[in-house]
Design a protein around this ligand. Structure first.
Ligand code: GDP
Ligand code: IMO
Ligand code: MG
Length: 429
């Protein structure tokens, strides 16, 4: 059966782009199904570092067709910019290589302004969104007043809808103390982008089912992560879409019978960008060592916003939960190289909440905020593992760490990543 789902197991930025790039080598189609340009997926090919926000990582394989599914929210202006940037780096993004669902929703200038207004109005309770207009666009989608990508084909109708959307948004934007949008300018920018994007728009549900039926392999590239899922994450500090396995089916429009594997991607420690609970968060020297200084592109600073990421020990409670929510068939562990040089490493194996020990995250925010991690301590390793290419190259303590994570989340780990480059993978079996 031909579909593989690739899902972030933590709070995003697990290295999904890098793992998708590896799996894309065996795929015919790589499809994004949720989120928008809040995502930032880094892929390194030779000397080039690609930072992809909307376009799936498969674009870097010339035989792959990329798909933006109906579950996504797409900022047309930013998509055109990304196409141009990638083409300038030598990768063609022609309409035979990228297909945009006519049912995907558009992020308009009004949504971006409303995101800023909403964050400002929340004050100290701000979510720390990426300010890309994601929440307001999904709000309009579920409120049945959004604009679908199919409307990019009808400029007159589009201009009218954009105009009305800005007029609806402006009172809220002004009430938050922000400058109102000029509806004409807002509409014009989108229409210029629409002209470029028209040839890319198709019925993706038809397209993807046709490809699946003929036996083509489809890789569904998740964005964000399980704890940012609007249903399963730590609401309200979440995004507004479903990055987990169910979202892939809804967000592309095909049935579960095609899915043969669900690959979770987990980082060997925890990171989070934005607000919300993070039980294993560290501060001081340990956090700084995990984060890095920012000198390397893989250091823990947001790909989309540049914000420093919060860092902490690996949380097996979260990984176990992610494996349950999406039914992982395997887990790929990334950034093991960053753990070199620690005398000892801690893993949260459970939480203590109100005097009880629990093995899954509690279902209320207040309890998750009170959760105290119960740690197991493992010996670290001093060796540089970034040159490891096979199991026998890895130190015993690294293998022990990997084995313990697999046991704790009850999912096999067959592959680990020891660096951002294509060949920095170790297949364990
Ligand atoms: P994504 O959003 O899940 O695709 O992850 P990001 O691209 O936002 O963040 C992951 C960062 O870690 C990127 O800079 C990757 O190039 C980098 N990366 C991925 N895997 C590894 C690894 O095994 N080791 C190191 N050092 N960096 C990695
Ligand atoms: P990738 O695909 C990490 C976080 C934001 C914020 C919350 C809501 O690169 O892993 P939003 O803009 O979606 O309304 O913000 O979700 N967030 C991410 N954090 N990686 C991402 O994507 C994220 N996408 C959204 O920081 O806390
Ligand atoms: Mg990212």
């Amino acid at each position: 059966m031909p579909a593989t789902l690739l899902i972030g197991a933590q709070w995003g930025d697990e290295g999904k782009g890098r793992v998708a790039d590896w799996l894309a080598a065996d795929a015919n189609v790589v499809a994004r199904y949720a989120g928008g340009d809040n995502a930032g997926h880094t892929v390194v090919v030779g000397q080039k570092v690609f930072k992809l926000h909307l376009i799936p990582s498969g674009i870097l394989h010339s035989s792959v067709t990329c798909v933006l599914g109906n579950g996504m929210v797409i900022n047309p202006v930013n998509l055109v910019r990304e196409i141009d940037e990638i083409e300038a780096m030598g990768v063609p993004v022609t309409p035979d290589r990228l297909v945009i669902s006519s049912r995907a929703h558009l992020i308009t200038p009004a949504h971006v302004a409303l995101d800023a207004a909403s964050e400002k109005a929340r004050g100290a309770d701000a979510i720390g969104t990426t300010l890309r207009g994601i929440g307001p666009a999904y709000l309009d989608k579920t409120g049945r007043q959004g604009i679908r990508a199919g409307s990019l084909r009808n400029e007159e109708e589009l201009a009218d809808m954009l105009y009305r959307m800005v007029e609806r948004a402006n009172p809220t934007v002004v009430a938050a103390g922000l400058a109102p949008l000029d509806p004409q300018k807002a509409a014009l920018d989108v229409i210029v982008a629409a002209r470029r994007l028209q040839p890319y728009i198709k019925d993706v549900t038809e397209y993807i089912n046709t490809r699946l039926k003929t036996g083509d392999r489809v890789l569904c590239e998740g964005a964000q992560g399980t704890m940012l899922d609007v249903d399963h994450g730590d609401y309200p500090f979440v995004t507004s879409s479903s990055p987990t396995a169910g979202g892939a089916l809804t967000g592309l429009g095909f049935g579960p019978r095609y899915v043969d594997s669900v690959v979770g991607v987990g980082k060997a420690f925890s990171t989070r960008v934005g607000s919300g609970p993070m039980p294993t968060e560290l501060s001081g020297d340990l956090a700084s060592r995990l984060r890095g200084t920012g000198e390397n592109f893989w250091d823990e600073f947001g790909t989309t916003t540049g914000r420093p990421r919060r860092c902490g020990w690996l949380d097996a409670v979260i990984l176990r939960y992610a494996a349950r929510v999406s039914g992982f068939t395997e887990l790929v562990l990334t950034k093991l190289d960053v753990l070199s040089g620690f005398d000892e490493l801690k893993i949260a194996t459970s939480y203590r909440v109100d005097g009880h020990e629990v093995s899954m995250p509690p279902d209320t925010l207040a309890q998750l905020e009170r959760a105290e991690p119960v740690y197991e301590t493992l010996p670290g390793w001093s060796e540089d593992v970034s040159r490891a290419r096979q199991r026998s190259d890895l130190p015993t303590n690294t293998l022990r760490y990997i084995q313990r994570v697999a046991e704790l989340c009850e999912v096999p780990i067959n592959t680990v990543s020891v660096g951002p480059e294509r060949d920095q993978l170790v297949h364990l079996s």
